[in-house]
Design a protein around this ligand. Structure first.
Ligand SMILES: [Zn+2]
Length: 497
């Protein structure tokens, strides 16, 4: 008899300090499908449910699909989206069982407007329905904030091992293999989690350099290979702008059976996370420092490929607004002649530019409309080069095969900078955000993107140089002004060194 497995993806990274709630339409703008529509909706996409489908076919599971739902990070999930996502999973759990196992693709840093530990609440509710004995496996982003409630109700915890995240499919496979063994009765998985008083660590999980994250991943791989009872070691760098007591880095160990030595392993790994908490592989430049470096590089002559400037602080991928104008202002003042900038999220400006039409010269107020603290609207005069529907299929390693929707989009050229003015907020991870509108970033001297790290997957290979700019928007490095109310204190770096 094939094992009957309940599955679903309900993922969001919720920035507690964003004023923009994440509604159902934000999910439908990105990825939202139910039940038997799921395979069609994810066809060709290198995301977690694809790994579940592959593993289920290989292991001959009878899969009960509930939902796939993903939205760009922003504020906590609104009730309409929360109710739809959780009902899809819980109703199927109640009505389509019994189940031999559960494999859920979660993010691990979701908050709803009612629940700071949204995934913990979801897993507790699921446990109420399916009972204590059905093995539950969860996959997570490595920026998960793993709570005790999540750990209590999940038997198998398995996070990505790459940042940029390019192993979503493999992560589902890793969890599925352990779940399959559990359903066969070969093992009894039990998960434990350890933390330290820090909200930062593991070099934010970056795996593009030699750092505490890559060192600990290597150690974990060796331990999993050497010790048959250590089923999975899951390393989490945490997600900082979450107003949650247990936010921050953690290590979860899934062992065979409830043995205190697995907690000891997790604690030992967290000792290392604590010891290395100050490590940061990035050099963060202000806008002025960034532009000085850009000028120095350009003065040194043409290089191989563009200078990539990444605005770390206005990354929609961590819930920032994507309309900060600080870096754009710096570029416009810099007297460049061959640059592009992606994106400014400003639906009103995109509409005005589209109405003006291709070839029109126009002056308008651009960006800065969500919260002028992060760069007020700026007056820009330029030419509408192109208008598009903002739709493209990602080809980079981060989101390959996923259709992205920037919404109505205009390319507005001013002072030598082609600005992608979009209607929807999206982290700039894909070359296609430019090429779909006729801009080839490989041919530009300077390419500015709003992204912290994921841009590296597609843009690092073409880059002459990568500069990380902390322009001072919502997701900047200085977290001292974020109004945490639930976070455990004292904590590094706010109270402890
Ligand atoms: Zn992440």
């Amino acid at each position: 008899m094939a094992f009957r497995v309940l599955t679903g993806l309900f993922g969001h990274e919720s920035n507690a300090f964003s004023k923009l709630p994440t509604r159902l339409e934000n999910f439908s703008n990105y990825l939202l499908a139910f039940g038997d529509d799921v395979p069609g909706a994810i066809k060709g996409a290198t995301i977690e449910p694809t790994g579940v489908e592959e593993a289920a076919e290989y292991m001959d599971w009878d899969l009960v699909r509930t939902v796939v739902a993903w939205a760009t990070p922003s504020g906590p999930v609104a009730r309409d989206a929360w109710d739809v996502g959780t009902a899809a999973i819980l109703d199927a759990a109640a009505n389509q069982g019994p189940f031999d196992g559960v494999l859920l693709n979660l993010h691990g840093a979701m908050a709803s407007v009612d629940h700071a530990d949204a995934e913990g609440v979801l897993l507790a509710a699921l446990r109420d329905v399916i009972g204590p004995d059905v093995p539950v496996a969860i996959t997570l982003d490595l920026h998960a904030n793993v709570t005790d409630q999540m750990t209590r109700h999940a038997d198998i915890i398995c996070a990505y091992q790459t940042y940029p995240h390019i192993d979503q499919v493999q992560t589902s496979w890793r969890a599925a293999k352990v779940l399959d063994r559990a359903m066969r009765g070969e093992i009894t998985p039990f998960a434990v989690t350890a933390r330290r008083p820090t909200i930062e660590g593991l070099d934010d999980g970056r795996t593009t350099t030699d750092n505490p994250m890559t060192k600990l991943l290597a150690r974990a791989a060796k331990l999993e290979a050497d010790d048959p009872d250590v089923l999975l070691v899951s390393l989490h760098a945490g997600f900082t702008p979450a107003d949650l007591a247990e936010a921050g880095p953690s290590v979860s160990v899934t062992g065979n059976g409830n043995d205190p030595r697995f907690q000891a392993i997790a604690e030992d790994y967290m000792d290392y996370v604590w010891e290395t908490r100050h490590f940061d592989s990035n050099t963060y430049l202000s806008v002025d420092e960034t532009m000085a470096q850009v000028h120095a590089l350009l003065a040194a002559g043409k290089g191989q490929g563009p200078i990539i400037v990444a605005d770390f602080s206005d990354n929609p991928g961590s819930g920032a607004y994507g309309d900060s104008t600080f870096l754009l202002q710096g570029l416009l003042r810099a007297d460049l002649d061959n640059a592009c900038f992606g994106t400014i999220c400003d639906a009103e400006a995109a509409q005005t530019l589209m109405q003006a039409g291709e070839g029109a010269e126009i002056t308008l107020m651009l960006g800065g409309k969500t919260d002028p603290t992060f760069g007020p609207p700026i007056e820009v005069t330029g030419t509408v080069v192109r208008v598009t529907d903002g739709t493209y299929v990602a080809q980079g390693p981060r989101w390959k095969g996923v259709t992205h929707h920037l919404g109505p989009t205009a390319i507005f050229k001013a002072h030598g900078v082609e600005i992608v003015v979009a209607s929807n907020r999206l982290q700039l991870t894909e070359v296609e955000a430019f090429t779909h509108a006729g801009i080839d970033p490989r041919q530009r001297d300077v390419v500015a993107v709003k992204s912290m790290q994921h841009f590296r997957a597609a843009f690092q290979p073409m880059a002459r140089e990568v500069l990380i700019c902390d322009a001072g928007a919502l997701s900047g490095k200085d977290i001292s002004k974020l109004p945490f109310t639930q976070l455990r204190r004292p904590i590094y770096p706010l109270d402890l060194d």
